[in-house]
Design a binder for this molecule. Structure first.
Ligand code: 5GP
Ligand code: ZN
Length: 134
């Protein structure tokens, strides 16, 4: 997305969002780290995962920093809804609903969360196998 970084940086400067300068995804929102953005709203950003686990693998985040989906839902249920709506829009735009796909929120250590800025993984484009490994 041409100049998306600069546009996001300008929008971000105007927003009263809670962000963390040492958070990878806050830095993507700020335009400091490039990302392959596929969808953006005032409150959310969606970009392709750098290490895709399926033919389609998009991350959807709120622009405001919340550590995980539980913290987000409790602090700002409206924003949690916006995040789910953005995930649905991305899934549709990627052509996933007909065959089916998965929306995943990893949470904490046992959940395999590596980046502590809440993100929905939207994955699809092939059969995804059982819900849990092992
Ligand atoms: P988690 O393990 O926290 O649920 O998912 C973090 C995801 O972020 C991983 O799938 C990983 O590949 C992705 N990721 C890590 N660093 C970057 C990055 O700099 N850019 C993008 N687009 N994705 C990233
Ligand atoms: Zn963050």
């Amino acid at each position: 997305m041409a100049h998306g970084g600069q546009r996001r940086a300008a929008a971000y400067a105007r927003m009263a969002v809670v962000t963390s300068s040492d958070c990878l995804f806050c830095r993507i929102v700020a335009g400091e780290i490039p990302a392959d953005v596929v969808h953006e709203t005032d409150a959310t950003l969606a970009f392709r995962d750098i290490a895709p686990k399926a033919p389609v693998h998009v991350l959807i985040i709120p622009k405001a920093h919340h550590a995980d989906v539980g913290a987000l839902a409790l602090a700002d249920p409206k924003l949690a809804g916006d995040l789910l709506a953005a995930a649905a829009v991305v899934a549709k735009a990627e052509g996933l609903p007909e065959a089916g796909y998965r929306t995943i929120f990893n949470t904490g250590g046992y959940g395999g969360q590596d980046v502590f800025h809440v993100h929905a993984h939207v994955v699809g484009g092939r059969p995804l196998g059982p819900m849990l490994a092992g």
